[in-house]
Design a protein around this ligand. Sequence first.
Ligand code: OGA
Ligand code: NM2
Ligand code: ZN
Length: 407
Amino acid sequence: MWMSTLARVARPALQRSTSAVACQAGRACRRPGHAAGPLPSRPTLTHVRGQQTLVSASPPEARQTSAQARQLLITDLDIHSGIHSVEVINDNKVSVVWPDQHTSVFDAEWLKKRCFSSAARQSLQEELFLNERHHWDSELRIPTGDFQEVLRDDEAALAWLSALRRVGIVCLKGAPTERGQVARLAERIGYLRLTFYGHTWQVQDKHMANNLAYTSKKLSLHTDYPALHFSPGVQFVHCISQAVEGGESEMVDGFHMAELLQREDPEAHRTLTSTLVDFTDTGRDYCDFLLQSKKYIIEVDREGRVQRININHATRDSVLDLPVRQVQPFYRAMRAFADIMNRPENLLDYRMEPGDMLTFDNWRLLHGRKSYVTGPDSSRHLEGAYLDWDEVMSRLRILRKSVNKRA
Ligand code: OGA
Ligand code: NM2
Ligand code: ZN
């Protein structure tokens, strides 16, 4: 049952990317064997020389096989390399003899994938990074999986990570209601991200709390840890026990909200993508810390695509490094962004139950919680951990290979 909810959101990206690679790259590079031809988008000779080949007839081999790493030094590469001869050989392979008599044999599919046409580049980049996102609002039914199944079954783990990438949030149900489960799940991927709050951290109403999260107060929509210049990419939060009153979670799709802001209030969007904001965090936990960072509230790449959202009003510094005339416009822009996020049609409400493990994209989602009541015999307890996207994407790619091989 649960697989169907994950598969629905996880599959389209995978299917689209693999089929698109085959057909678009194929169309753009119809003649892989004719490496010296005039089409500008095909791999160039300089580029192809020194790449991984199926056969390398004269030493040194371009790639050292155990490390899968290029050995040819850039200083030894003839950037005007010509070609002695090229032929298509059996099994759809392309054999190239270079002027120095070195022979390389390439798989035609491998060459096609590396075609420089924009269609081929786009589809290979999508296959590698899965940057296509499914935007959502309050109507989202959170993709759900089974905690134990994800631990033991590769197909379930792949569906989980694909949905986590595409939708930004997956709830895994049925985790034992005791500490240690976020660490087990992190092991499934590789390793977790250590921060000043420890390898894993306990969200509880604590005496002398060193973070607002460790009280019973409301947390407004935020991303975790903008006080770190490289904030954690992924967050796991496991509900061990829930409050009797209050403590409900709120979530919003930050990438979607940034898009709405750009459409509705381009001036505010410009302000939040171009103003560096100071964050700070100080105290003692894993060890003592005194962090300072400068971040854009909405981080975009050179093409204007949103990469990351950084918001936490609890750790936004009282220091604001702006000329005074920019202060009011900055607050106006922050307020405009917050007002969009807090619209009921954008905000997703969820009440975590003991055994729920929320896994979400901390570069994309904002999350919050309602205040709660700590009673003499009721205590709320969540355990959390961070991971980075590199490790998560690494596991996703490995699982994709192994699961697809079996299919
Ligand atoms: C946090 C946090 C959510 C919750 O600890 O940063 O967002 O429900 N906690 O307590
Ligand atoms: N905790 C939950 O940015 C933040 O301070 C997020 C981090 C305390 C590890 C809270
Ligand atoms: Zn948080």
